[in-house]
Design a protein around this ligand. Structure first.
Ligand code: MF3
Ligand code: CO
Ligand code: CO
Length: 273
C-alpha cells in the first residue's frame, strides 16, 4: 500500500491512501459536526406514522439551510438525501411514503458536503416501543462502532478495527455483514482504504496520522448474508433477520483518533428522549 500527500493527490480514487494536514482536519470537523447536527435534529422527529420521505425532506432542507449539499443526491443514480433502512434492510434503503410503524428500527445515513469536505454518519432510531431483541441489537451494534474506533491509532491496522468489531459481535451471537464496508473519504465520498468490519489483528493497511475514513458496521441478529433488491439499491438480510448500523467519520491523529461526527447534543444512540 502506498501513501500520498492529500494536497498533491489527484481528485479521484486511485487506490492510494491520502494523508491530510491540519486545514483538512478543520474542514472535516466542520462537515462532520454539521452532519451530526442533522442526525440530532431528526431524533425527536422519528415516530410511528412518520414517512421516510419526510425524514429525507428534513435533511434536504437542513443541508440547504446550512450551505451544505447531501452527497447521496444524484450519486451514482441515487436520488435521495438520506438512506433510510428499516428492520431487515441492511443499508441503502430508499425513502418512500410508507409511514413508520410502532416497533420499527430505522437507520438514517446522512452525508453532507460542506466546503468540499464529506461528513458521513448514521444512527439507529426507534419508532415507539421496540422489542427487547431489537434493543439488544442496537446496543451491540453501537458498541461495535465504539470498539472499532478504539482500535484506531497510528501503528494499528485496518484489520485491528475489523477484529475488534467481529469478536464483539460474534461473542454476542450476532453476525457481521461482509458485503459492505467503511471507506476513506475527504474531498471524495468513497476513497481508499476499505475498512472491513471483520478481520485478523495486524492484517490490512497500517494506520497513519492524517488518514480519514468511516467505520460503519452492519450487524445482523441472524446470518450475515445479504441480497440487493431489484431496485438496485436496497440491501436486505437473506433470512429477513433484523439488521442495524451506526457510522462515524474519523481521522487518525498523532496519538489516536478524532471523531468528526460526534453528536454535540450527546444523542449517540437510542433512546434519545
Ligand atoms: N452514506 C453511505 C455510506 O456510508 C453511502 C450511501 S451511497 C448511496 O457510505 F448512493 F446509496 F446513497
Ligand atoms: Co460511509
Ligand atoms: Co453513510
Amino acid at each position: 500500500m502506498t501513501y500520498i500527500d492529500a494536497a498533491a493527490a489527484p481528485g479521484r480514487n486511485t487506490g492510494q491512501i491520502r494523508l491530510y494536514g491540519a486545514d483538512a482536519f478543520e474542514g472535516m470537523r466542520a462537515a462532520g459536526q454539521l452532519t451530526a447536527r442533522a442526525l440530532d435534529m431528526l431524533a425527536p422527529e422519528i415516530a410511528p406514522g412518520v414517512t421516510t420521505a419526510r425524514i429525507d425532506k428534513l435533511v434536504y432542507d437542513f443541508a440547504g439551510d446550512h450551505g451544505a449539499l447531501p452527497a447521496t443526491l444524484d450519486y451514482r443514480g441515487y436520488r435521495y438525501s438520506t438512506c433510510t433502512s428499516i428492520n431487515h434492510v441492511v443499508c441503502h434503503g430508499m425513502p418512500n411514503d410508507k409511514p413508520l410503524r410502532e416497533g420499527d428500527i430505522v437507520n438514517i445515513d446522512v452525508t453532507l458536503i460542506l466546503d468540499g469536505w464529506h461528513g458521513d454518519s448514521s444512527r439507529m432510531y426507534a419508532a415507539g416501543q421496540i422489542s427487547r431483541r431489537a434493543e439488544r441489537l442496537l446496543e451491540v451494534t453501537y458498541e461495535c462502532l465504539i470498539r472499532g474506533i478504539q482500535a484506531v491509532r497510528p501503528g494499528n491496522t485496518t484489520g485491528d478495527i475489523g477484529h475488534a468489531i467481529q469478536t464483539f459481535a460474534e461473542g454476542e451471537r450476532m453476525s457481521v455483514v461482509r458485503d459492505f464496508c467503511g471507506h476513506g473519504l475527504g474531498r471524495l465520498f468513497h476513497d481508499a482504504p476499505n475498512i472491513l468490519h471483520f478481520g485478523t489483528p495486524g492484517s490490512g493497511v497500517e494506520l497513519k496520522p492524517g488518514m480519514f475514513f468511516t467505520i460503519e458496521p452492519m450487524i445482523n441478529l441472524g446470518k450475515p448474508d445479504v441480497k440487493v433488491l431489484s431496485d438496485g439499491w436496497t440491501a436486505v438480510t437473506r433470512d429477513r433477520s433484523l439488521s442495524a448500523q451506526f457510522e462515524h467519520t474519523v481521522g487518525v491523529t498523532e496519538d489516536g483518533v478524532e471523531i468528526f461526527t460526534q453528536s454535540p447534543a450527546g444523542l449517540d444512540h437510542p433512546p434519545y428522549a
